[in-house]
Design a binder for this molecule. Structure first.
Ligand SMILES: Cc1ncc(COP(=O)(O)O)c(C=O)c1O
Length: 428
């Protein structure tokens, strides 16, 4: 137990772990809202905030029509259904992605075609995309990995030439006017409000599109989508509170046992379920609960502050990376509001393991595999080993550093200090 216990250390940030996934967006404002929502069941399913969230998103993406679903993966499935893929139609996506993306393609009746990434952006390499387009290609999903802008201008040209749809996957970033061309070239934009995304409502997803026919089909699907149970919503709303408790228990060394207990009691639903790791998406579409819209809306209205925080921490990492000659994708050094800051290091897995003894947890589920997390059956999601060598290389060497709103600058400095010493001794 910490020697200063029980003084104010329970709330002292320096005694908390440094992490990616430990309630990263459970800010004080979100905790207060989540607490109040526990006692306001009439707000869980329906309410004015769903409409307000749509209006807020339409303001961020002018002229776009917004449809909401209960997850980003659900929103992507709805969009691909709206494209009315025929069996065997191909959808291009990048290597180094999350399993929910190919799963949505498969569930919509399409075939995922993986194209390699450029290590500068961790996004699709347009030259390789051009070579991969066939008569059966219906769409390209362009992922702005961790918020690094992908080359959407080049992809837009290909899509115009070949008459295919460009989907911008903005699950990791919500642009605020200072993120280059993110969100400007896509026929449709995918957003996620999951637990560790750009902003979080614990769960939620949206499609913004300027295409009237696609918007109409999505709107019909949204109207027919099923409701989640009240128990499910209560569980979602409890997530920030449970992590706040876990953080308070951290100095007492009880947090891990507490979280393990919560998982056994199914009070912490996994981000990815077993069948999703085996290539099977949930095929029903669900409505976004109003409770999640309330949480998302509050963070979206603070987007400028959240993105400024992310930029400032990413700039700190970038400055030290350049000074120490650590390798990093060039796109990450252009000061976008990154969801996390990527470095390439030798023995990345061993560095992550060693950092744990310093209470630094950098396994974010985006390491060790081309289709993440590493427990995914890559054959089941249509990935053929060896087909994306850059993505395979990145997956082995990547080490990401957190930038989320509950990560303090002091913690970022501590992380850089510990990491610097470790990389120096291991000669990485
Ligand atoms: C690149 C990417 N796209 C889409 C999604 C789907 O988001 P959600 O978790 O809200 O289903 C995720 C996250 O899982 C993701 O990482």
């Amino acid at each position: 137990m910490h020697k200063d216990f029980p003084s104010r250390i329970l709330f002292h940030p320096s005694i908390r772990p440094i992490h990616h996934t430990f309630g990263p967006l459970a800010t004080r404002a979100q905790l207060l809202q989540a607490f109040l929502l526990q006692f306001q069941p009439w707000k869980w399913h329906d309410g004015k905030e769903l409409q307000e969230l749509k209006e807020e998103l339409a303001r961020l993406f002018p002229a776009g029509q917004v449809s909401l679903f209960d997850t980003g993966r659900g929103a992507l499935l709805a969009l691909l259904r709206a494209l009315e893929l025929a069996e065997g139609d191909e959808v291009i996506l990048q290597g180094f992605t999350c399993a929910v993306v190919p799963n949505a393609i498969i569930a919509a009746g399409g075939k995922p075609v993986y194209v390699d990434i450029h290590q500068k952006t961790l996004a699709l390499d347009p030259a390789l995309v051009r070579a991969a387009v066939t008569r059966r290609t219906r769409a390209i999903i362009c992922q702005h990995t961790f918020g690094i802008p992908a080359d959407t201008s080049a992809l837009r040209l290909i899509c115009n030439e070949k008459d295919i749809a460009l989907i911008e996957d903005c699950a990791h970033v919500i642009p605020d006017g200072e993120n280059g061309k993110i969100g400007m070239h896509g026929d449709a934009i995918l957003l996620s409000f999951g637990r560790d995304k750009a902003v979080s409502g614990v769960s939620g997803g949206a499609i913004v599109t300027r295409h009237a026919l696609i918007a109409k089909r999505l709107c019909e699907m949204e109207a027919r989508a099923l409701r989640r149970s009240s128990w499910h919503i209560l569980n979602l709303v409890g997530y920030p509170l449970r992590y706040a408790c876990a953080k308070m228990m951290w100095p007492l060394r009880l947090a891990k046992a507490y979280l393990h207990g919560l998982r056994l009691l199914r009070l912490l639903p996994p981000v990815l379920r077993k069948q999703e790791k085996a290539g099977r998406a949930e095929t029903e579409l669900f409505r976004m609960p109003n409770a999640c819209a309330i949480l998302t809306l509050e963070q979206l209205r603070s987007l400028t502050t959240i993105n400024a925080h992310r930029r400032s921490i990413a700039q700190l990492y970038g400055a030290v990376a350049q000074q120490e000659h650590w390798e990093s994708p060039k796109g990450a050094l252009l000061s976008p509001a990154l969801q996390k800051f990527p470095l390439f290091v030798k023995n990345a897995e061993s560095v992550r393991q060693k950092l744990k003894s310093r209470q630094i947890y950098l396994d974010d589920g985006w390491c060790g595999a081309v289709v993440n997390p590493r427990t995914v059956n890559e054959r089941a999601v249509g990935y053929c080993a060896g087909s994306c060598p850059n993505a395979e290389d990145v997956s082995q060497r990547i080490l990401t550093l957190p930038t989320h709103p509950t990560m303090t600058r002091k913690q970022a400095e501590t992380l850089l200090d510990v990491l610097g010493k470790m990389l120096h001794t291991t000669g990485t």
